[in-house]
Design a binder for this molecule. Structure first.
Ligand SMILES: Nc1ncnc2c1ncn2[C@@H]1O[C@H](COP(=O)(O)OP(=O)(O)OP(=O)(O)O)[C@@H](O)[C@H]1O
Length: 621
């Protein structure tokens, strides 16, 4: 592998980067805070910076880059982008995972070192208490006068051991001790939430300084994507690991897209980080996603969130005729669903976009809309895919199945075998297998042998696909045969979240159930793969789930008071969610509204009305 001098490095895969991005790539003597609005190329910037650090040897083998995102699909997107920009021998040293997966990986490895009584059982169970469970807990233990919301935050923020906490109100110490005891009552299957795992990580790291030293030596460079949504507990861990260390931390994000304050995100993450980590600040000013007309509307929304927002320089060319944004008014819900379905079908048949490029966003309960809109789309020959849905019998949502490491490997093998050409998937396989089988990416003889083995297996899978039609049984047999080739032990050893049987089986069952569901009523494997990947299906999701994604067209269902039942213009969290949803579109954004769903949402109507967005009768079915 040729190591380049930093001054010889050039961005890869894009024609140019803006000057601020180039400066931030080159700045590695300080920690960095890179702020930028939606579509500014933050993910692209991180991918280019990773290539710069790895290909110039500033991050030298065996050192690695740690990239932490807040959603598993964001972590996968970033990893994919780095793979597209970097030589495979280099991208294998880029670890991209969520904060939760990072802390969980540490607890799965070092859990037995957590001092008692907080040592979790190896077979711990991850739980997600519902809103009311916190109040129920307080009521059961005679603390009705305390708030469940505060308890949830206290569990996420307070360090362990509880006995050593110095709290203004000592009653909270009793509450927290009881809380941990209750979740640890089954010694063979401790119950843990992700914030509890975060606190255990903090505890185990503080009890053995060698762990921190090891992580700092492994990761001289740390990237934090979507930093605006960092929680207090996560920030505490970040400081514990990297504050005043030699590791250089680059935090990237957009405070206008902060939508997790309700879940404990810090309201001032960038200011706090810049001050604690003495970080240099850069601001990216482009918008590569959306064209100027959409950026104009985005900017009007941005100004309500941050008065000082600069208008981004829109780089995308508009490639559609007609309205790029409007509120479509319908008389009732049936005509709304039928009208939207027909409009999508027409746009698809006119070649303006593929079904998967048109996202339907809803504020809450995509499952409810699925039952109404799914049949309307089916009647025009289109399929709706609610990505928050779990396949029947699975314990994991489609959106999460798609980002599992296991899915990435298995589907790459199936695609390489089902399609005549799938070069990206071939590279994914070579990259993943090199890591799993411990093969040096720079050893040509070993790499040739790996490619030979892979070629033989692909030929075998191809002949299996040719000789067996899709069915529940053939999907199971195919999955097992690929896993046997990869090696389940090797796969599980390299993916920290698969160390525990429970987590591995949840991912494996989810994968198989989705593959089997995709095979239903199909006799062609290419169709099965496309169905699994969501090709030719209109995606449906909540606006929170749309974060970090992008689509040609976005249709926002329900711009009405009922869908936005607790919307207050002064509640900036709600406006931020609205901003996130709006900025996912490259070409067009439409809102639907109908009296059957509730009266119009005056504030937003007026706001986008001021920049020329009109309320018009919805396209008829
Ligand atoms: N330098 C560039 N040249 C051309 N296209 C780019 C460049 N940087 C980013 N893009 C494209 O612009 C779009 C937005 O980029 P990216 O997802 O990195 O933005 P982001 O700032 O992370 O967005 P958001 O915060 O809204 O999720 C993507 O389609 C990406 O491929």
């Amino acid at each position: 592998m040729v190591i380049r001098r930093p001054d010889q490095w050039m961005p890869k895969g894009v024609a140019s980067l803006e000057p601020a991005a180039l400066r931030a790539i080159d700045e590695n003597g300080h920690n960095l805070c890179v702020v930028a609005s939606a579509g500014a190329g933050k993910t692209e910037f991180l991918a280019q910076k990773a290539d710069y650090l790895l290909s110039t040897g500033l991050c030298r083998a065996p050192q690695r880059i740690l990239a932490i995102s807040f959603k598993s699909d964001a972590a996968k997107n970033l990893k994919d982008r780095v793979r597209a920009r970097c030589d495979p021998a280099l991208s294998s040293r880029f670890d991209s995972l969520t904060f939760d997966a990072f802390s969980k990986g540490l607890i799965d490895r070092f859990g037995p070192l957590v001092p008692p009584p907080y040592t979790p059982s190896p077979n711990y169970e991850i739980v997600f208490p519902a809103f009311r469970d916190w109040d129920d807990f307080l009521a059961r233990h005679g603390y009705r006068h305390l708030s469940g919301k505060i308890l949830e935050k206290a569990v996420a923020r307070c360090r362990l051991p509880i006995a050593e906490l110095k709290l203004k109100n000592p009653e909270w110490k009793d509450v927290l001790e009881r809380f941990w005891r209750e979740y640890y009552r089954d010694e063979t299957a401790t119950q843990l939430t992700f914030p509890m795992i975060n606190r255990l990580t903090n505890y185990v790291l503080s009890s053995d300084p060698r762990l921190i030293a090891g992580l700092r030596a492994t990761y001289p460079f740390v990237f934090l994507d979507e930093f605006q949504d960092t929680t207090y507990g996560q920030y505490d861990l970040l400081k514990q690991l990297f504050l005043d260390s030699e590791s250089r931390v680059t935090a990237v994000g957009d405070s206008k897209q902060r939508i997790m304050v309700w879940a404990g995100a810090m309201p001032d993450a960038f200011t706090t980080f810049a001050s604690d980590f003495h970080a240099k600040r850069e601001t990216l000013l482009s918008n590569w996603r959306s064209h100027p007309e959409l950026v104009e509307i985005q900017h009007a929304i941005a100004l309500t969130l941050e008065r000082s927002s600069a208008k981004p320089d829109a780089k995308r060319i508009k490639d559609v005729d007609g309205d790029v944004c409007a509120i479509w008014d319908y008389a009732d819900r049936a005509s709304e669903c039928e009208g939207v379905a027909q409009w999508i079908a027409d746009a698809v048949s006119a070649g303006e976009m593929a079904p998967e490029d048109c996202a339907i966003l809803i504020r809450f309960r995509p499952d409810k809309l699925e039952t109404e809109l799914g049949p309307a789309l089916a009647s025009v020959g289109l399929r709706l895919r609610n990505i928050a849905r779990m396949p029947k019998g699975a314990k994991i949502a489609i959106q999460d199945i798609l980002t599992e490491d296991l899915t990435v490997c298995l589907m790459a093998m199936i695609r390489v075998s089902a399609f005549p050409k799938a070069p990206d998937d071939w590279h994914v396989l070579v990259d993943r297998l090199s890591t799993m089988w411990g093969i040096d990416p720079n050893d040509e003889a070993e790499q040739d042998a790996l490619q030979d083995d892979l070629g033989t297996k692909v030929a075998e899978v191809r002949s299996y696909l040719a000789g067996n039609s899709p069915s529940g049984a053939s999907c199971a047999e195919l999955t097992q045969s690929i896993l046997d080739f990869i090696g389940e032990t090797e796969l599980r050893a390299t993916v920290p979240s698969y160390h525990r049987d429970k987590d591995y089986l949840r991912a494996l069952d989810g994968f198989l159930l989705l593959l089997q569901e995709s095979a239903e009523d199909r006799d062609d494997w290419v169709e099965v793969v496309n169905s699994f990947d969501g090709i030719d299906q209109v995606p449906l999701m909540s606006i929170h789930k749309s974060k970090g994604l992008e689509f040609h067209t976005v249709i926002f269902f329900g711009l009405d008071e009922r869908s936005w039942w607790n919307f207050e213009p002064d509640d900036s969290e709600e406006m931020r969610a609205f901003f996130v949803a709006f900025t996912r579109a490259m070409q067009r954004v439409f809102f639907t509204s109908c009296s059957g769903r509730g009266t119009k949402l005056t504030y937003i109507d007026d706001l986008i009305g001021r920049v020329g967005v009109e309320r018009i009768p919805g396209p008829p079915s």
